[in-house]
Design a binder for this molecule. Structure first.
Ligand SMILES: NC(=O)C1=CN([C@@H]2O[C@H](COP(=O)(O)OP(=O)(O)OC[C@H]3O[C@@H](n4cnc5c(N)ncnc54)[C@H](OP(=O)(O)O)[C@@H]3O)[C@@H](O)[C@H]2O)C=CC1
Ligand SMILES: O=C(O)C1=N[C@H](C(=O)O)C[C@H](O)C1
Length: 251
């Protein structure tokens, strides 16, 4: 049995994960953390992670970038492994996660779905074939109108996965509105659409002369992310210090 703390328990993802754990005998949410609590949870809820006095094997985090520093303080102090799913983190926060992972197990992933984590591998192969042939690379992501960060963490991770196998001079272009020049062949364009209740769509285009390859992932419910996060929490229980990702869980 994995005992988990749900960080961001009253948010959209926290609620879906709570529902999944209610029907899974191998994991139990023993406490939640969220600034606002309407008392609907069956577990105790703390308004701040620093006040949480319940022991657990792992923390599942779907909260907000502004909450990450206090979360990492707690992880360091209690030496409790953490699955970090929150996106929109600063470069400093990402650097701190790497540092903390030298002392505690941390699994960080901008997208917990099987589909996106498989696409990371496919994109590396595709980029190796199409980029040297002069194909332009563009990413378009679409999300609901409640999303705070743009572009999505997944779009950045998709770009990063390709950049690993491309020449160093490739760079990310988020906005062309001030440009009056042709597209730079070394840019990876990343565009964000926000509207309605779109759960999450990511599309990567390799656009060449007279042919276009499109690789697309569509999430139809938040359950795809929640199931991945629950698997990741079970995986991380008892793990030694290190920086893990969903590739380790799926492998
Ligand atoms: N890796 C992945 O696969 C996925 C990642 N995400 C990411 O997860 C994050 C959460 O998404 P979602 O659930 O949709 O967002 P929500 O805004 O619905 O939920 C976040 C919850 O965290 C709460 N919160 C804010 N500050 C703190 C704090 N200091 N401590 C604890 N909880 C806090 C919020 O409270 P309040 O509303 O009062 O501020 C809210 O209840 C986002 O960054 C999103 O991009 C989402 C889906 C999949
Ligand atoms: O905020 C969301 O909803 C999502 N955020 C993640 C991201 O920023 O990539 C993952 C998923 O697409 C849903």
């Amino acid at each position: 049995m994995t005992r988990a703390i749900m960080h961001g328990c009253n948010g959209h993802m926290g609620r879906v994960i709570t529902g999944i754990c209610d029907n899974d005998k191998d994991i139990e949410i023993v406490a939640g953390v969220d600034p606002f609590d309407d008392g609907h949870n069956t577990y105790p809820v703390f308004s701040s992670i620093k006040d949480c006095n319940i022991e657990a094997d792992v923390i599942i985090d779907f909260a907000a970038a502004k909450a990450i520093d206090a979360l990492l303080d707690y992880v360091e102090e209690k030496k409790v492994p953490v699955v970090v799913c929150t996106t929109g983190l600063s470069d400093e926060q990402i650097a701190r996660i790497k540092d903390v992972s030298t002392r505690v197990a941390v699994l960080k992933s901008a997208n917990m779905s099987l589909g996106i984590n498989t696409i990371f591998k496919l994109l590396k192969e595709a980029a190796k074939v199409f980029a040297p042939e002069g194909f332009d690379i563009e990413i378009v992501e679409k999300h609901h109108n409640k999303k705070i960060d743009a572009p999505s963490g997944t779009a950045l991770a998709l770009a990063d996965s390709m950049k690993e196998v491309l020449d160093d001079d490739y760079f990310y272009r988020y906005d062309r509105s001030q440009l009056r020049e042709k597209r730079n062949p070394k840019e990876i364009g990343i565009s964000a659409v926000r509207g309605g209740t779109i759960v999450g769509e990511h599309e990567v285009f390799f656009a060449g002369e007279d042919e276009v390859i499109e690789i697309k992932h569509t999430a139809y419910s938040k359950a795809v992310f929640a199931k991945g996060a629950v698997s990741a929490a079970k995986f991380l229980k008892g793990k030694g210090a290190g920086l893990y990702d969903m590739g380790d869980v799926i492998a």
